[in-house]
Design a protein around this ligand. Structure first.
Ligand code: TXA
Ligand code: MG
Length: 329
């Protein structure tokens, strides 16, 4: 199968791209689409044969459930049960990078939720994604468009690097705005549990109830042995404080802000997340820079920590999951 990449920037391009995408989705195929977080690999969420193709293209294990994206809010009661406290969050953050885990209705195939009684739902704010899903008129299941365990794509060329030849179409909507996957929460009795940290920060959520972190969300560092490897470059990644213990050469640096007077000459490649220390810029460019360093030929990527506040919580979560278990192996 040859993968076609269509631009979706100018309005002529967009309507051609939307038609091509919806045609494929209606035939039960998968299509890669930009969202405001990362590129997703979309298929008709209510068609198990179509959803199966997502798992196949990504080599994703069936125990990992998918996020269902809604074309409009009126779809919510058709696929989830009511949960008190959810309306206010939706009103504030949808469409946008917040995913809610809610009790599912029978209409959602078990394949989508890996047999769980809950389903993860969100509404994307990306104009290309919205044009496609509004024309398609039904929910789309869409995980990040990378092979399982790898770095999420934030540009169309990243999708082709991951899935070329495995999917029929990629719509190119340019680099994604936030660059990190959506914040995932569950809500119970005004208690918000963050299952995955992301662009919507705990501070923003705190207005709507008490906020706690599930162990998986990465706010508190897990014991190294429990670290789930995910979002991983092929090159081992270690944090700057343990890099000194290893002698692997050559090394590259994923730095936050350059410090004047500091000697960086031992690094064969350097990417700064934000020369001005802006966490928004750091989040938006993190995955692209990680990919570039992965291709730089260095034997190890050394990552500097970023301040663990606001968006920095999600950035550190992704860096910890990308980190190599044994830096000196
Ligand atoms: O920003 C995003 O969320 C992107 C874009 C494409 O929408 N999607 C995304 O999907 O990151 P994915 O599949 O790469 O990550 C979804 C995560 C998975 O780790 C999955 O385990 C979790 O959501 N998830 C899905 N359904 C769940 C459920 N019912 N309960 C708990 N976690 C769930
Ligand atoms: Mg993913």
């Amino acid at each position: 199968m040859k993968t076609l990449t269509l631009p979706a920037s100018a309005s002529d391009d967009l309507s051609r791209a939307v038609l091509a995408a919806t045609g494929l989705l209606e035939r039960g195929e998968v299509v890669a689409l930009p969202t405001e977080t990362v590129y997703g690999l979309a298929a008709d969420a209510l068609n198990p044969d179509a959803v199966l193709k997502i798992f196949a293209a990504k080599e994703r294990p069936f125990f990992d459930p998918l996020i269902v994206h809604l074309p409009a809010i009126d779809w919510l009661p058709r696929i989830t049960e009511r949960e008190p406290g959810v309306e206010r969050l939706i009103e504030r953050f949808w469409p946008g990078p917040l995913t809610l885990v809610l009790p599912k209705r029978e209409s959602v195939p078990d394949l989508v939720t890996s047999g769980l009684p809950t389903v993860a739902v969100r509404m994307s704010a990306n104009s290309v994604f919205r044009a496609v899903i509004e024309r398609f008129g039904k929910p789309l299941a869409a995980p990040s468009a990378n092979r399982f365990g790898r770095i999420s794509p934030t540009a169309a060329r990243h999708v082709s690097a991951e899935l070329d030849g495995r999917i029929p179409l990629i719509l190119d909507g340019g680099p994604t705005r936030f660059g990190l996957e959506s914040t995932i929460i569950s809500v119970r009795a005004e208690r918000i549990c963050v299952l995955r940290s992301g662009p919507i920060t705990p501070e923003q959520l705190a207005e709507f109830g008490s906020v706690e972190f599930s162990q998986m969300a990465g706010k508190t560092p897990d014991a190294p042995g429990q670290l789930k490897s995910h979002y991983a470059p092929r090159t081992p990644l270690v944090f700057a404080d343990v890099a000194g213990e290893c002698s692997a050469t050559p090394m590259s640096l994923l730095g936050f802000v350059p410090v004047t007077g500091k000697d960086y000459s031992r690094f064969v490649a350097i990417e700064w997340l934000s020369e001005s220390g802006d966490l928004r810029e750091a989040a938006a460019t993190l995955f692209a820079k990680l990919r570039r360093l992965d291709e730089s030929g260095a034997g190890m990527i050394v990552a500097e920590p970023v301040p663990e506040e606001g968006l920095g919580i999600a950035i550190m979560d992704r860096l910890r999951k990308a980190a190599h278990r044994d830096p000196c192996a």
